[in-house]
Design a protein. Structure first.
Length: 185
């Protein structure tokens, strides 16, 4: 076994990426304060071909040196928009037929591994502030809360790690469903 060289990875150019098929998932960041977390989310969304990222509230926007440090160029490949209020982003997406899912620990949350949804629907996944989580008023606007099962002594994982876990789960479900029609995803 040997590690592959970067030249062997068949990476898409930014132009090719912009034309490639995407999974119908928009990632919404609700008041994320860490620039490194924001950059990491861009990189993860690019890796799994998410449709877009919506940055809301205090969440900083590119270009920014600290975002770029962890995004590694994904701010150029990913489509993104800024909204002053997360509620505005939700309204735009609901009007376009998206299902809104908050990633949060809530009394009626559904564990990610038990969550079942209509694969034919477009979704928005909302991730919240590193300490306060997703705003309660945003939770109230969602179609469901999804919780990441955890079994250790801590009751949370870093927001960028949460994005990676959840978007991977959605990606593999979409890929399994769509592979018959598009082997490029």
């Amino acid at each position: 076994m040997r590690k592959l060289a970067n030249s062997e990875l068949d990476r898409l150019s930014v132009e090719e990426f912009k034309k490639a098929s995407r999974i119908p998932v928009v990632v919404i960041l609700d008041n994320i304060r860490s620039l490194n977390n924001i950059g990491s989310v861009f990189r993860t969304a690019d890796a799994f071909r998410a449709e877009a990222i919506y940055l809301c509230g205090i969440t900083a926007c590119p270009p920014h040196r600290e975002i770029n440090k962890t995004a590694l160029g994904a701010t150029e490949s990913m489509d993104w928009k800024y909204f002053k209020e997360t509620h505005e982003a939700i309204k735009v997406l609901k009007d376009k037929g998206y299902r809104i899912y908050v990633i949060e620990q809530a009394d009626e949350s559904i564990m990610l591994d038990e969550f079942d949804y209509d694969i034919n629907k477009k979704v928005a996944l909302i991730f919240g502030h590193e300490v306060a989580g997703v705003q309660e008023s945003v939770v109230d606007q969602s179609d469901a809360c999804i919780e990441i099962p955890q079994f250790g002594t801590k009751h949370s994982v870093n927001v960028s790690v949460s994005v990676g876990i959840v978007i991977w789960d959605f990606f593999r479900r979409y890929k399994r469903h769509l592979y018959r029609n598009d082997s490029n995803i």
